[in-house]
Ligand binder design. Structure first.
Ligand SMILES: [Zn+2]
Length: 469
């Protein structure tokens, strides 16, 4: 069973050092979160696995790391300056601000709300008697469009800098580099460019822990295809992404595809499907796959006056703007999903309940913990020797823990999801034959709780075998 409430995960994340409230010592900053020592390892492993799967292991993919700050013309071309906005209304009684479309959607349904124009929002809220969720009054301001992009200034002179934006998606960095990548990498259609990076949206209603935040990380791919081949590419990506989540341990009974209705589609897209995950509060988007057509590259051609066409390598007279299939992953949401899926409470034989994070072993923040049975100096020295051996001979991420009873230390490693613990005891140093033979240690498996006595000289092979399966 995964976590049944978000609180279980939030509390474990704070207690064990996965995720902390942002700016914590200053009382926080609403809806910001910082990844702690274990959280950053988990997140890095999610990103690394994604990069290996979708960039390194595919001959049709290359990577990119473009800037967060871009020429403001990019956002005019992409349509973000004009239309990336929500219709906001203020409650005149309590001053709370809401998305008018969301309030109407709850009452009227998505389709009916979608066809309303901006000046119909306020009269409709009054007519439908939709009251302020906070104070209960019905005293709405006119709806105003509010752009979701964070604006800042570039330049050192106060008031004279150019207005620029923090990117609201990583995708445009890929489109504006299309020509550079094409000429330097000599890729042929179909091919894709993958990128992992931060994006910023001034969301009105962030929430549910790291699910919706104003600063977030995306893992995006823009996949360029011949117009005729795009349905095939769309279907292949749909399968590949589902398998990626499944392969890293997400139970598919809590995942589903959801096709966007016509009136939900972005202005550039003719087909979009989400993968949704059943979070403790309900279904939420984990991933989106969109057919963006030739919209973005055509727009950038127009606004930059640069040619962004592809020349058919078999027919130099045939030039065209490729179509684009976009698999877009929420990185923070993926991490949150793996946290929720891993969370397990188990009753042990003696009646105790243990909390264990059953991460896929490729995602666990720590691979192996080395635990000397006691703080006795010569025992700790032996354990350190074994620790160093592992550091020298493997690429594993290790933890060395001497504090507290062995039982408490096992609990801690269970709660942070460490797959294997190595215990060094008095048998290891030849002082207690009942604990084990000299130069052997105990390996404990997180999931089965099995303990196995292994020669130190066989340790490396034993560990390699474990990660092979
Ligand atoms: Zn109010």
């Amino acid at each position: 069973m995964p976590a049944t409430s978000l609180d279980q995960v939030v509390s474990l994340c704070k207690r064990r050092g996965f995720i902390f409230p942002g700016s914590d010592i200053y009382g926080g900053l609403a809806n910001t979160w910082d990844y702690g020592p274990l959280g950053v390892e988990l997140k890095n492993r999610v990103k690394q696995n994604w990069w290996t799967t979708f960039v390194h292991n595919r001959p049709d993919m290359v990577g990119l790391d473009s800037g967060i700050l871009m020429n403001p013309r990019v956002w005019e071309a992409s349509g973000h300056v004009g239309s990336f906005a929500d219709p906001l209304v203020d409650c005149k009684s309590c001053k709370e601000r809401y998305r008018g479309d969301k309030l109407l959607e709850e009452k009227l349904g998505v389709e009916a709300a979608a066809v309303l124009t901006l000046d119909q929002v306020q009269p409709m809220l009054a007519a439908e008697k939709i009251n302020c969720p906070k104070c209960g009054n019905n005293d709405w301001s006119e709806a105003k469009h509010f752009n979701l992009m964070f604006k800042t200034q570039q330049g050192v002179v106060e008031g004279e800098g150019d207005d620029i934006y923090m990117r609201p998606e990583t995708a445009q960095g890929i489109f504006v580099n299309f020509k550079n990548v094409l000429t330097t990498s000599r890729m042929r259609l179909p091919f894709g460019i993958g990128q992992i990076g931060k994006a910023f949206r001034n969301e009105i209603t962030p929430g549910n822990f790291t699910f919706r935040t104003r600063e977030f990380e995306q893992m995006e791919i823009e996949y360029f295809v011949e117009p005729d081949d795009k349905q095939e590419a769309f279907d292949l990506w749909k399968k590949a992404v589902w398998s990626w989540y499944e392969g890293l341990g997400v139970d598919t009974s809590r995942m589903r595809f959801r096709d966007h209705d016509k009136d939900e589609l972005s202005h550039y897209s003719s087909q979009t499907v989400d993968i949704e995950y059943q979070f403790p509060w309900g279904w939420g988007e984990l991933f989106g796959l969109a057919d963006r057509g030739d919209y973005d590259l055509s727009q950038h051609e127009k606004f930059s006056s640069q040619e962004l066409k592809y020349t058919d390598p078999d027919d130099a007279t045939r030039k065209f703007v490729p179509h684009v299939i976009e698999p877009s992953f929420g990185c923070d949401r993926s991490v949150l999903t793996y946290l929720i899926e891993a969370y397990t409470e188990e009753e042990l034989e003696n009646g105790d309940v243990r909390t264990v994070m059953k991460f896929d072993k490729r995602l666990s923040p720590i691979d192996i913990a080395i635990l000397p049975l006691s703080k006795k100096e010569h025992l700790v020295a032996k354990a350190k020797e074994i620790h160093q051996l592992l550091l020298d001979q493997t690429n594993l991420v290790t933890d060395f823990d001497v504090t507290g009873s062995i039982g408490k230390r096992y609990r801690r490693q269970d709660e942070i999801g460490t797959p294997l613990c190595i215990t060094v005891d008095f048998g290891t140093i030849g002082e207690d034959a009942e604990q084990g033979d000299p130069d052997t240690v105990t390996i404990r498996d997180r999931d089965t709780l099995e303990q196995k006595r292994v020669k130190i000289s066989d340790l490396r092979a034993e560990i390699a075998e474990y990660w092979k399966n």
